[in-house]
Design a protein around this ligand. Structure first.
Ligand code: TRP
Length: 323
């Protein structure tokens, strides 16, 4: 039983990469761990500058999580900005974070290399993430490889604070899954909103079919043997098929005589079926945003009680309580 925490950015429509890398794992963790799962809308503000879009993405992400089986009675589930304590802690931690530490952040450097003009929000992103993690005394933080350094920065900030003010924060460990690297988008690169190659979780039937048919393969003719280990289509098939089905497909690849078009049709069927039970629930939730907002409000209230405990102790230590 560990305290596990992770957040997802509502910066676009959630896709199969998000599902297998983060959401599915989180939903499984709720069974025998203390789970903190939240929608990081303050982080998304570093890239989403359209209020209507941020609002819609946030609500959609909440509906997706609930439809896919996250149970707000068995975990802490909230929207980041509904627990404002995190902003207070961000400032306090920022006063104990060196510029150099943040300047070394890979994701910051990457964004600059890709031509973004960095804002203060983007630069201080890791401090907000540290506040997210430390406010709830998380022990394990499931993230993709690209976020590992942010958890290390969090540890640095926590150690410095603990050193100055005495034991205050739990030092978190990143929990990295290898599966994340194995989720290709339709063009074969890592599935990511920024590459425009995603298959979303709740696509319409027509759109899903279109996207699956667009998955890039090599041009091996139908009758020739094919290599399952270098094939995007096979990598996606693996996520949805049973062990026997997967083994069957591997044999058909190696033997030849199976075309990619045929495999795409099967993959479409598997994805459509996999999400079928969730799709109905998703539709019901879409029709009742007020009920979803209520779930989120209750989640924030429950979470704020935990946040307040840490923040009170921190404020006392740093001298913000003067009586
Ligand atoms: N930065 C993370 C991402 O882009 C999202 C995130 C924000 C997060 N706060 C967090 C992840 C706290 C884990 C813990 O994926």
């Amino acid at each position: 039983m560990a305290r596990i925490l992770s957040g997802i950015q509502p910066s676009g429509t959630l896709h199969l990469g998000n599902y297998f890398a983060m959401m599915k794992r989180m939903i499984e963790f709720q069974n025998d761990n203390e789970l903190f799962c939240f929608i990081v809308n303050y982080h998304a503000m570093t890239t989403v500058h359209d209020g209507g879009l941020l609002r819609q993405n946030t609500l959609d992400a909440a509906m997706d999580f609930l439809a896919l089986g996250l149970d707000p009675d068995r975990c802490f589930f909230w929207v980041q900005s509904d627990v404002p304590e995190v902003m207070e802690l961000t400032w306090i931690l920022g006063c104990h974070t060196s510029m150099g530490l943040l300047e070394r952040s890979h994701s910051y450097k990457d964004k600059i290399a890709r031509g973004h003009t960095p804002g203060w929000g983007l630069f201080s992103y890791p401090v907000l993430m540290a506040a997210d993690i430390l406010l709830y005394q998380a022990e394990l933080v499931p993230v993709g490889k690209d976020q590992k350094q942010h958890v290390e920065i969090t540890r640095d900030i926590a150690m410095r604070f603990n050193g100055l003010f005495g034991e205050t924060f739990t030092l978190p460990e990143p929990l990295i899954s290898d599966e994340i690297a194995l989720i290709p988008g339709v063009d074969g690169q890592k599935m990511s909103k920024s590459y425009g190659n995603t298959i979303n979780i709740f696509e319409t039937e027509k759109e899903l079919k279109k996207k699956v048919m667009r998955i890039v393969t090599d041009s091996t003719p139908v009758e020739s043997p094919k290599n399952p280990d270098t094939c995007n289509l096979f990598a996606l098939y693996r996520l949805f098929a049973s062990a026997e089905k997967l083994e069957g497909l591997r044999e058909r690849y190696l033997k030849g005589g199976t075309g990619y078009g045929e495999v795409k049709k099967e993959l479409f069927g598997l994805i459509w079926e996999y999400f079928a039970p969730f799709r109905e629930r998703r539709q019901r939730l879409s029709g009742d945003p007020a009920a979803v907002a209520e779930v989120l409000a209750a989640g924030a209230e429950k979470t704020r009680a935990v946040a307040a405990r840490t923040l009170d102790a921190v404020k006392e230590k740093v001298g913000l309580r003067y009586l």
